[in-house]
Write a protein that binds this ligand. Structure first.
Ligand code: NAD
Length: 493
């Protein structure tokens, strides 16, 4: 594939390329350009030069282009689904679900075509007004992860473009092809030259450079907390506004009165969606002691039934790459060394060719995890979950909130009082009560603590892409009294 700068598909200025592997069998499927600082400069210049024209086009015209992009994606959705299966190893059902998410996001944002507002505020007297305009930031850098490579790109492109910003998109090096596919659809839909640019390459190289670029005004990034911290440091050089959607460590709480079948379906979704590689994945399973045995027996039974392998037919695909697999293996090895009991899984499955060389790992359940253990404190990002019994609501809140991350949390109970109390006491950006995720376009996806800053979705998310500009106007005529300026200075003038 190639990068897209100022309306042209091209190679990197150095001609260097990187390999993209299929995680289901370890084979190279394509190469992509390792962009250079020169490419970054070109992309940012193009975005800056095209900004005024794009802004002046108006929200309704921009929305038309978004609707058209969604239409083109819908018409070719099978292609995108296949690409998600090839590039990420997504199972078919999840690939299709993600495409639904992409369409929903783009259409949702486009529907704000005639709904954006500023306001007029009264000044200190009736002839004074303050016009508060909502204006785009200018050049936006969008940095995306690989786990939902289509949905994350759509969730950044659509609001940024709708609001009149121009963009340089830098997707994860694990998913450049999906990003390029989506960019093509936006271009086909009529996004003008320079407004949307795509660069690929190592985040640690071009990422550092682009984030502190003087012409960049906003950086919207979804990824790990450590990368988010690096971005914050770099953005201190240009004071770019930041939208940072970072790591998670969701507690999944099963209270004594939970509907067990319903809860089992939801934990299966929350833990094994995308092989546990999701920011809202259940990572800590707290079960009330009264139903612990019954719930665990059934959860283990479901977990053992999960089919691993061919993304076309399996319930669980591969991890994204070799290093993700190594990481999960070491989580489990460390758990074993610390004396934890692995109730099921814990190994690389023995699969047939061609999946033998893929990055698969068995769904794994670790029992009686200590709250301070890395299993309960660090993001695992794989098909591994630790469990623990709880008995009181105090313990529930204390343990659930004991995390440096604060994105999603889950509670299963039939008790309305507990639902309401938990809504106040659980300090996470999202609490799902008796239901699975994911977040809705009309919700505001945001996290507490080290999960980051700002958020995406809903009018709150759209407003993240708009700056408030204040114009003060006094339309009275004639002389003016200014308290701190002596009037006699102007005598006879
Ligand atoms: P990552 O932090 O490794 O990479 C994210 C992106 O940042 C990639 O495009 C990468 O190339 C880029 N990058 C890396 N170093 C950079 C730098 N110095 N400057 C600028 N960009 C740089 O994350 P990942 O492995 O792709 O994704 C997994 C992480 O994303 C997990 O922690 C997960 O929880 C998080 N995530 C969060 C959300 C959310 O909404 N909060 C959603 C999905 C994923």
């Amino acid at each position: 594939m190639q990068i897209y700068i100022n309306g042209e598909w091209r190679d990197s200025s150095s001609k260097d390329v990187l390999n993209k592997y299929n995680p289901a069998n370890g084979q190279v499927i394509d190469t992509f350009p390792a962009a250079t600082k020169t490419d970054v400069d070109d992309a940012v210049d193009a975005a800056e030069d095209s900004f005024e024209g794009w802004y002046n086009l108006g929200t309704s015209e921009r929305a038309k282009i978004l609707f058209k992009a969604a239409h083109l994606i819908a018409q070719n959705r099978e292609e995108l689904e296949n690409l998600l299966m090839l590039e990420v190893g997504k199972i078919k059902r999840e690939a299709s679900d993600e495409v639904d998410g992409v369409l929903d996001q783009i259409n949702y944002y486009a529907e704000f075509e005639r709904k954006l507002t500023g306001q007029i505020v009264e000044g200190t007297n009736s002839k004074r007004k303050i016009f508060q305009y909502k204006v785009p930031y200018g050049v936006v850098v969008a940095i995306t992860p690989w786990n939902f490579p289509a949905a994350m790109v759509a969730r950044k492109l659509a609001p940024a473009l709708l609001t009149g910003n121009t963009i340089v998109l830098k997707p994860s090096s694990d998913t450049p092809l999906t990003a390029a596919w989506i960019v093509k659809k936006f271009i086909e839909a009529g996004v003008p030259k320079g407004v949307l640019n795509l660069i690929t390459g190592k985040g640690s190289e071009i990422g550092d450079y682009i984030v502190q670029h003087k012409k960049v005004s906003l950086v919207t990034m979804t990824g790990s907390t450590s990368t988010g911290q690096k971005i914050m440091q770099n953005a201190s050089n240009n004071m770019a506004k930041l939208i940072l959607e970072l790591g998670g460590k969701a507690p999944f709480i099963v209270w004594k009165d939970a509907d067990i079948r319903r809860t089992l379906k939801c934990i299966t979704w929350a833990k094994y969606l995308n092989v546990g590689q999701s920011c809202i994945a259940a990572e800590r399973l707290y079960i009330h002691e009264d139903i612990y045995d019954e719930f665990m027996k059934k959860f283990l039974e479901v977990t053992k039934r999960i089919k691993i392998g061919n993304p076309e037919t399996a319930d669980l695909g591969p991890l994204i790459n070799k290093s993700a697999l190594k990481n999960i293996q070491s989580v489990v090895e460390n758990a074993k060394e610390s004396g934890y009991k692995i109730l099921t899984g814990g190994n690389v499955p023995n699969l047939e060719e061609p999946y033998r060389n893929g990055y698969f790992f068995e769904p794994t359940v670790i029992e009686d995890v200590n709250q301070d253990s890395p299993i309960f404190q660090e993001e695992i990002f794989g098909p591994v979950i630790g469990t623990e019994k709880i008995s009181t609501t105090d313990e529930l809140y204390r343990k659930a909130n004991d995390s440096k991350y604060g994105l999603a949390s889950y509670l299963f109970t039939e008790d309305p009082e507990l639902m309401l109390e938990a809504s106040e006491k659980i300090r996470f950006g999202e609490l799902y009560i008796n239901m699975p995720g994911p977040e809705a376009s009309q919700g505001y996806h945001t996290g507490f603590r080290m999960t980051g800053q700002a958020g995406e979705g809903s009018i709150f998310g759209i407003n993240e892409y708009l700056k408030v500009k204040n114009v003060y106007i006094d339309y009275s005529r004639g002389d003016l009294k200014i308290n701190t300026v002596r009037d006699s200075l102007f005598d006879n003038l």
